[in-house]
Design a protein around this ligand. Sequence first.
Ligand code: NAP
Length: 248
Amino acid sequence: MSKRILITGASRGIGRAVALLAGHRRWSVAVNYRDNRTAAEQTVNAVRAAGGTAIAVRGDVSSEADVIAMFDAATDAFGGLDGVVNNAGVVAPASPLADMTLERLRRIFDINVLGAYLVAREAARRMSLASGGQGGAIVNLSSAAARLGSPNEYVDYAGAKAAIDTMTIGLAKELGPAGIRVNAIRPGLIETEIHASGGAPDRAERLGKMTPMGRAGTAEEAAEAVIWLLDDRSSYVTGALLDVSGGR
Ligand code: NAP
């Protein structure tokens, strides 16, 4: 069945790959981005070229007003939502905790935790059977970092992703009766620009060689798992934390 979905941070990386796979299924996709309008428009064009429907929606997930506005835009465009991918996320340069500034810690938790909670809250409000919605699926982007801890790199980011795991477990129980399934994927080392944004562009390739599968994963490999969790083929799966990490 065709779906109407909102993906946060879909201008680049894993979010963009999810949007393209959704386009190939002829789904309707709201492509959220924060800064990179050109990249978001390229994603929209690619979704349309694949056969789907798409709009670009600017908004910072750590702003409550922006999150509400992006859900309003998606709902107005598609007449409702069946799925939400809580994908926007950031890292900061590798550092031991002792050297992290308050400003850095606030940014990591504001975007990765507060932002994800605000997005999940809006999804719950709009898709819940109790509030007139039709039910749906939320897929959260956690990380293998949540169970590895990322010492000397980013224990801040790892802890933020652990919060996403716990939110997934709790919300799956809270929203089951509301007709909403809630799951997370925990990617390992995936080749995207996130590593360059943390000051180590070669990180996925370098560390990927040390994983059991001997390589980093692609954004498309992560996106396949997200699409499955959004789709009705996973209709009895909720509260799951799915590792997509090549055995890492
Ligand atoms: P990426 O390539 O750096 O892309 C990040 C995306 O998030 C961009 O579309 C960016 O928009 C958007 N974004 C950033 N901050 C935002 C904000 N405050 N509000 C709205 N959008 C925002 O990242 P990625 O590697 O695809 O990562 C996607 C998710 O997977 C993240 O949650 C990340 O933590 C998680 N993950 C990634 C890996 C990996 O190895 N790549 C591993 C584990 C988990 P602009 O283009 O406008 O900047």
